[in-house]
Design a protein around this ligand. Structure first.
Ligand SMILES: NC(=O)c1ccc[n+]([C@@H]2O[C@H](COP(=O)([O-])OP(=O)(O)OC[C@H]3O[C@@H](n4cnc5c(N)ncnc54)[C@H](OP(=O)(O)O)[C@@H]3O)[C@@H](O)[C@H]2O)c1
Length: 334
């Protein structure tokens, strides 16, 4: 089958190759991938900026498709069903954190940027009826991360003031949509006025350009401070977030696009009684709750663009440039 694999020797960092998947194990299902979607993780892998990379592995954590085969131990009624894949493999039994065997589909296990993918049967969930296959492919990794960040780690309550930073990001947009559905007052930050305006058109109460040196004062003035901040940039922006979170408030972060902060004013953290909370993807319970929430509220992922499989590298380049507003989807359907 045709697959897009990590290829560190190729100038683009990835290449299309013909590969053969191993025989299906008893607990697995084989899926014909109809659509896949990019996450920043795929781009970090392509750039060689991720742990334990292995050339020849099919990238891609997100996908939707149709089950074509099942292993001996799997219910045959899955065959022919349209599904989405939970890319969090082997989370374990604890809700509070993943176990040692936790992995993410798409490195080191073959992922969804291929005509077929094989996963344990307990990773497949029926596609929500209100979503197309392309929309459904955009949901799993980013939706799961945003859901856990807001509700389990962030304890979001109706009416709270929330700031979602970098609203161009895939996870950030789900955080915006989910927090709005929970009737929070949601503000955003971005490098782009156009993205802020788009967020406002969805219901955001306001937005700030994070490169503007006065954005903290403006945010303070407009919102009165935030009960909850969802961030993946980190770096030295953490100091700004500590300034703009309310006393007793929470900062949940799931990435470090800007790296580690050079310095943190820890006194402000304890004096303001701030909760600094890390999160990564989510448990099986989080995934089920997220899909129920999305279905109940009729939430549709924001899709920036859909490209055909052979143009996947164009989608990577768009993500690298940060131009996208919404998920970058790859169509493999016939
Ligand atoms: N731990 C986990 O489970 C997990 C899960 C998903 C993602 N992540 C990590 O989280 C990060 C975002 O992932 P993604 O897939 O959502 O990426 P993405 O869709 O590529 O979005 C990245 C966004 O980061 C924003 N950004 C850049 N510089 C910023 C700054 N100084 N302040 C605030 N925002 C800034 C930009 O927003 P604007 O375009 O609005 O400027 C950009 O669109 C990545 O580092 C990724 O590896 C971690």
């Amino acid at each position: 089958m045709k697959a897009l694999v990590l290829d560190s020797k190729h100038p683009q960092g990835v290449s299309f190759q013909e590969i053969t998947l191993p025989p299906l194990e008893d607990h697995e299902v084989r899926i014909k991938v109809e659509a896949a979607a990019l996450n920043h993780r795929d781009e970090w892998c392509r750039q060689g900026n991720y742990a334990n990379l292995k050339d020849g592995v099919v990238l891609g954590s997100d996908g939707s498709g149709v089950v074509t085969d099942v292993g001996k131990g799997v219910d045959h009624s899955w065959i022919g069903k349209q599904i989405i894949i939970n890319p969090a493999l082997h989370w374990g039994d604890e809700q509070q954190a993943q176990g040692l065997n936790f992995r993410i589909l798409g490195m080191p296990d073959h992922g969804t940027f291929a005509e077929f993918v094989q996963v344990p049967a307990d990773r497949v969930h029926s596609k929500p009826d209100h979503l197309s296959l392309a929309e459904a492919a955009a949901l799993p990794l980013a939706g799961l991360t945003a859901y856990r960040a807001l509700f389990y780690r962030g304890g979001l309550k109706q009416g709270q003031n929330v700031l979602v930073t970098g609203i161009g990001g895939g996870v950030a947009q789900f955080a915006l949509q989910f927090a709005l559905a929970q009737k929070a007052n949601v503000y955003v930050s971005s490098s782009s006025l156009k993205k802020i305006d788009f967020a406002k058109s969805l219901g955001a109460a306001g937005g700030f350009i994070y490169s503007d040196p006065n954005w903290i004062q403006e945010a303070e003035k407009q919102s009165g401070g935030f009960d909850l901040i969802i961030d993946s940039a980190m770096g030295d922006t953490l100091s700004e977030l500590i300034d703009v979170v309310r006393p007793g408030g929470t900062i949940v972060f799931f990435g470090a696009t800007l790296g580690n902060p050079a310095a943190i004013n820890v006194r402000k953290i304890f004096w303001k009684q701030i909760n600094l909370s890390g999160t990564t993807m989510g448990s099986d319970r989080d995934f089920e709750d997220m899909v129920d929430f999305v279905t109940h509220h009729g939430i549709k992922p924001i899709v920036d663009s859909v490209v055909v499989f052979s143009d996947t590298v164009k989608a990577f380049e768009r993500m690298k440039s940060g131009e996208q507003m919404g998920k970058l989807v790859i169509s493999l359907g016939s």
